[in-house]
Design a protein around this ligand. Sequence first.
Ligand code: AHM
Length: 334
Amino acid sequence: MVINRKIQTLDEFTIQQMRDFPNATGELAGLLRDMGLAAKRVHVEVNKAGLVDILGDAGTMNVQGEEVKKLDIFANNQFMGVLRHGISCAGIGSEEMDDIVVFDDEISMQSKYVCLFDPLDGSSNIDVNVSIGTIFSVFRRVSELGKPATKEDFLQKGIKQVAAGYVIYGSSTMLVYATRRGCNGFTLDQSIGEFTLSHPDIKCPETGKIYSVNHGNFFQYQENVQKYITACQQKTKDTGGPYTQRYIGSMVADVHRNLIKGGIFMYPSTTEKPKGKLRLLYECNPFAFIVEIAGGKATDGKDRILEIQPTEVHQRTSFFVGSKLMMEEYEQTK
Ligand code: AHM
């Protein structure tokens, strides 16, 4: 049998990266491995979602007599479970839970990281077989090791993230994560059950032709946003266009596509949602970090997302993210 030595798994990659740092403890590599493990379990479940009639609806018993959980609850339990039982995480914050959860066993209290996540983003797409995802953000604790994590560990500016990533459950399942050293993508090779490096050193193209926004809200957006969207529609060959509108309604899928192909994603505030819809800590911060590391930009329409001082775990913000030149074009629209 010929073994393809070019294949590098997520574990091999993170361990190799760690070797460059003589003082590294391996905790971050462990945390990323844990996230990969939970992602694989969610992948299996997401791929069964269409069989819900056979396996049972949420809240009922499936054919094995097990209670069927809603996919987002299932995903939350998986990510929380691996982090609780791992050795790298002192606590979590999740879209699915009102408050942070602090792991107060002896081992977890020695861990230097906390993690925030949206276990299953794009919930409106779960039942219709459209790509959904998981988003996560990792901070180094500011509280004392050996003691329980505190809210301050979670309410740090996005710029302080040590790592951030997402998993897209799409035509294939991919895990993408960024640290200050770069952004890399791993595709799940189902034949060996491992995430393998498929998109090394991802760079967001400086510009692109895709804009992603919910057009249904057009008349609720502020004037400069309406003007920018109109300008996108008016692009011709002579002005760098024509642009294409692509909006799935799963941010993970929309931003992933624009990260790879070049584009801009916008979820502006609306008259109905003046603070925006998306969550700063586990939706916008991680994507802002990933896209900036890949060379793009992210703002709330005015200020850099990563500089916002959070005041609550479930805080919302308007969100603009994507290719550098497209973001600058938006910023210049008055
Ligand atoms: P969710 O937390 O209910 O999944 O909502 C988050 C999702 C994002 O993935 C997506 O970009 C946005 O909501 C779509 O919202 P809308 O349907 O208002 O355009």
